[in-house]
Design a protein around this ligand. Structure first.
Ligand SMILES: [Zn+2]
Ligand SMILES: [Zn+2]
Length: 254
C-alpha cells in the first residue's frame, strides 16, 4: 500500500538542496504528489551549520498544509569513529523532531571488501544503538570519490556477497532499538553512478534484512524538487517485498 511517506528531504537553506527546495515549494510539491507525511532533514555535519536551522523550523511551522511535516536533521560522523555534531541539548534547544544519521565515507582506500564492510558495519551498529538517532540512513551508499577508487563489479560483489552475520546483526539491532533502516530512493535506486547489477544486489540485500526482522523507512534524499516523488518507487518495492505497514517506521509527534 502506498501511504505517501518521505522522511529524508534537503533544502536550499543549508545549501544541501538547490534553490528549488524552499519549504514552501517542498510542501506544495508534496501536496501535488499526494504525500501525506514528510520530514525536512538538512545536513548537520559541523556545529557551524546550526544557525540556519531556526529558519527552516520557522518556515515549517508557518506552512499552511494538510501534509504532516516534521522538522528533522541528517547527521554524519565528524571523522571515522568520531562524534555527531549533535546532542540532547541541541535537539531540545532547536526543537528537532527527528534525527536521521549514518556514515558518509569509506574511511579507507582498501580494496579488501572485509575491511570496507567492517568500517561500515561498526558505524551502522553504533548508529542503531544511539538513542538520539531515529533512522539509519542509506546503508552502503558511497560518495563519488570512494566509488571511483574501485571498479563497479567490486561494489556489486560487496553487496551481493554480504556475509550473513552482517545482515542478521543489523536487522536484529534495528528491531531491538526500534530504529528503522532507510530505503533511500536517490542515493541508491535513482543514482546515476550505480549499475543495474548493484541495484539488483541491493534489492536482494533488503530482502535478507526483511527476512532477518529489520524495520524500514522511506526517504527520497531529494536535493532537487524534481527528485521528490521517487519515494513512490521505494514504497512500491517494500510493498512488493511483502513488508507489512507495522514494519515501516513513522515518526511520532510529541
Ligand atoms: Zn546522507
Ligand atoms: Zn541526505
Amino acid at each position: 500500500m502506498r501511504v505517501g511517506l518521505d522522511y529524508h528531504i534537503h533544502t536550499f537553506y543549508q545549501r544541501c538542496g538547490n534553490e528549488t527546495l524552499t519549504v514552501e515549494n517542498i510542501v506544495r510539491r508534496a501536496e501535488e504528489l499526494g504525500l501525506t507525511s514528510i520530514a525536512i532533514t538538512d545536513h548537520l555535519n559541523r556545529p557551524e551549520q546550526l544557525p540556519m536551522f531556526p529558519h527552516i523550523r520557522h518556515d515549517i511551522e508557518t506552512a499552511e498544509t494538510d501534509v504532516e511535516v516534521f522538522f528533522g536533521v541528517e547527521l554524519n560522523f565528524m571523522e571515522c569513529d568520531g562524534e555527531w555534531a549533535y546532542s540532547a541539548e541541541i535537539r531540545d534547544e532547536h526543537g528537532f523532531e527527528l534525527a536521521i544519521g549514518g556514515i558518509h565515507s569509506a574511511y579507507t582506500d582498501s580494496q579488501d571488501p572485509v575491511e570496507v564492510l567492517d568500517i561500515q558495519h561498526r558505524h551502522h551498529m553504533r548508529t542503531l544503538a544511539d538513542p538520539l538517532i531515529d533512522v539509519l540512513v542509506h546503508p552502503y551508499w558511497f560518495g563519488k570519490a570512494d566509488i571511483e577508487k574501485r571498479p563497479m563489479e567490486w561494489w556489486e560483489r560487496l553487496i551481493a556477497e554480504m556475509p550473513d552475520d552482517r545482515v542478521t546483526e543489523l536487522a536484529q539491532a534495528s528491531a531491538e532499538h526500534n530504529t528503522p533502516i532507510e530505503v533511500n530512493a536517490c542515493a541508491i535506486f535513482y543514482s546515476f553512478r550505480l549499475s543495474a547489477g548493484f541495484i539488483d544486489a541491493y534489492v536482494e540485500y533488503l530482502r535478507r534484512l526483511r527476512d532477518a526482522g529489520a524495520l524500514f523507512t522511506v526517504g527520497s534524499d531529494a536535493h532537487d524538487i524534481g527528485r521528490m516523488g521517487t519515494t513512490e518507487y521505494v514504497e512500491g518495492l517494500l510493498d512488493g517485498m511483502g513488508v507489512s505497514a507495522e514494519r515501516i517506521w513513522r515518526p511520532e509527534r510529541q
